[in-house]
Design a protein around this ligand. Structure first.
Ligand SMILES: Nc1ncnc2c1ncn2[C@@H]1O[C@H](COP(=O)(O)OP(=O)(O)O)[C@@H](O)[C@H]1O
Ligand SMILES: [Mg+2]
Length: 262
């Protein structure tokens, strides 16, 4: 067990009288790979925004990378945290080239640039794009990419500043079956690589949980249903309670999960 990357104590988030999150206690250690699973509206994105220091909780204490939020300058913390989400993807200019999009991540900006890039940065960007299976797309403009290609490029971008924590909000959303399987396989490799940052992956499909992920937090109506090592958390009973429907759960020989209603 490595150091603590995230520590939430009794965290609540309220907006316009609605409790988006409540009573969240959650600790993530360095070498862990977490999935956050829950139905639409459960509060998954809200939880990720708290972890990304983009949202300050209404109650409770949040520690990210050893710093207490509210007692530290979040602008020093944010470069140490990678985030990929569809909300961020929408802000990417359509005419941005893939290589530039990944390179500019070192400078935490989106859009056209005038900086001179270090050749080490260029090498790293190319390696990350290649690792995500997008080497052939390097000169393409973001707007011309398929949904799956966009997700992979976005993850390369999020990895570019070598973050200590990588947060992925529904990276497989909108992908076709082939695209999903390709992404899940790459995330599985990332999870199993000891040099990877601490990972937190949000999804509402258990089929999207890559092998190599170690822990799970199940969320419903802003509260934790269960959390801990995936082997303990992933039960038909826990998932049924999380999604509010009776579910059966199977696991393949490779360690992938499959759920269906009965
Ligand atoms: N500004 C807001 N005011 C009130 N409710 C909100 C606001 N933003 C989000 N919500 C609600 O909070 C709940 C949790 O949202 P979210 O974290 O995006 O869930 P998830 O990512 O699990 O789908 C949803 O029911 C959503 O409608
Ligand atoms: Mg969401």
């Amino acid at each position: 067990m490595g150091g603590q990357v995230l520590r939430l104590q009794d965290v609540a988030v309220r907006r316009d009288g609605a409790a988006l999150l409540r009573g969240i206690d959650w600790t993530v250690h360095e070498d862990e790979r977490w999935v956050v699973i829950g139905p639409n509206g459960a509060g998954k994105t809200t939880l990720l925004q708290v972890a990304a220091t983009l949202l300050y909780p209404s109650e409770g204490q949040v520690e990210v990378l050893g710093e207490v939020i509210g007692q530290t300058d979040v602008f020093d913390l944010r470069p140490r945290i990678g985030l990929a989400s569809s909300a961020l993807a929408e802000r990417i200019p359509q005419d941005e080239k893939v290589i530039d999009l990944v390179l500019t991540a070192s400078y935490a900006i989106i859009g056209r640039y005038s900086e001179e890039y270090d050749s080490n940065d260029v090498t790293r960007a190319v390696e990350l794009i290649d690792m995500m299976g997008a080497a052939h797309l390097i000169r393409r403009r973001f707007g011309t990419l398929s949904e799956g290609e966009r997700k992979r490029v976005q993850i390369a971008r999020a990895l570019m500043p070598d973050p200590e924590l990588l947060l992925l909000d529904e990276p497989a959303a909108g992908l076709d079956l082939g695209g999903r399987e390709d992404l899940v396989r790459r995330l599985s490799h990332l999870a199993q690589d000891r040099r990877s940052p601490t990972l937190v992956l949000v999804t509402h499909h258990v089929e999207e949980v890559p092998t190599g992920f170690t822990h799970g937090l199940l969320l419903r109506h802003g509260s934790v249903v269960a959390q801990g090592p995936l082997d303990h958390v992933m039960t038909a009973d826990n998932l049924s309670r999380t999604f509010g429907v009776p579910l059966t759960l199977d696991r393949s020989a490779e360690g992938r999960w499959y759920a269906r209603a009965y």
